[in-house]
Design a protein around this ligand. Structure first.
Ligand SMILES: Cc1cc2nc3c(=O)[nH]c(=O)nc-3n(C[C@H](O)[C@H](O)[C@H](O)COP(=O)(O)OP(=O)(O)OC[C@H]3O[C@@H](n4cnc5c(N)ncnc54)[C@H](O)[C@@H]3O)c2cc1C
Length: 228
């Protein structure tokens, strides 16, 4: 899987701090973006997070390019309604016959017998897809035969509030492994460009109360543990 941060709102940490400043201080709009000590902005953003004043996080957006994610994972991803998506169409784009175009789960790849069943079934379905296309069946109909694990490409935009919500759900150890890995990479990219905003982004075992009754049996100790 490839995950790239394509673009983001400039100066995300400063902009959210500026948005908060207009709520709490008697400053003009023109004064908002004048430099403030970094540790003051850091404290202000931490207060916003702990008090739940999260609308301030909506002013900054992050756009990712994702390549090589399965449609199993993308189906879960697009349930996040506050995000915007553009996904490669199987109606217009002919799907690759490369066996690598189907994502192999680690549980399958490390079991030789399972891997053999998996790859043979993928081969058959890709062959059937190509034969249906050759018979003049439209791609939008031939695709019905393709595996659910077929890889896809998409562009996705989320604001920082939605990203916090997304990370709290999908960085849980109980999240499906592929969307968990996607979330892990997205968070690492976000922390590079907005370290303050995403300092407290992560699963509820680290930031808050576990929503899964700690039944993973191995809650994360801290963010270093998760991002390692
Ligand atoms: C562990 C886990 C298991 C899951 N299992 C299943 C399953 O078995 N079947 C299944 O169908 N889905 C399942 N899901 C998907 C889940 O139900 C959500 O669709 C998905 O996690 C998106 O979360 P969301 O709705 O909170 O977030 P978003 O859609 O990203 O929305 C963010 C927040 O905005 C608010 N919001 C958005 N839209 C509305 C609205 N219409 N009305 C009110 N508030 C709104 C809510 O506060 C919401 O939390 C699962 C998710 C997880 C994390």
């Amino acid at each position: 899987m490839d995950v790239i941060l394509l673009t983001h709102t400039p100066n995300p940490d400063s902009l959210v701090a500026a948005a908060a400043r207009i709520c709490y201080r008697d400053v003009t709009a023109g004064e908002l973006l004048r430099g403030e000590e970094e540790n003051l902005s850091r404290r202000l953003i931490a207060d916003l997070f702990t008090s739940g004043h999260m609308s301030t996080f909506e002013h900054v957006s992050f756009t990712f390019g994702v390549d090589g994610l399965s449609r199993v994972a993308s189906h879960q991803l697009v349930r996040h309604r506050m995000a915007s998506f553009s996904q490669q169409s199987q109606r217009y784009v002919k799907m690759s016959a490369d066996p690598g175009a189907v994502i192999i789960p680690p549980s399958v790849s490390k079991n030789p017998e399972a891997l053999s069943i998996f790859t043979e079934t993928v081969r058959q379905s890709q062959e059937a897809y190509a034969e249906l296309c050759a018979l003049g069946i439209p791609k939008e109909d031939a695709r019905f035969i393709l595996p659910h694990g077929h890889s896809t490409r998409l562009v996705m935009t989320m604001n920082a509030r939605e990203l916090h919500h997304f990370f709290s759900l999908r960085l849980c150890r109980r999240a499906q492994w592929e969307i968990h890995e996607l979330a892990r990479r997205m968070l690492a990219l976000c922390r590079e460009v907005a370290p303050v905003l995403f300092d407290m982004a992560g699963p509820s075992c680290i930031f808050g109360e576990c929503t899964e009754s700690r039944n993973c049996g191995e809650p994360y100790k801290d963010m270093e543990d998760l991002l390692a």
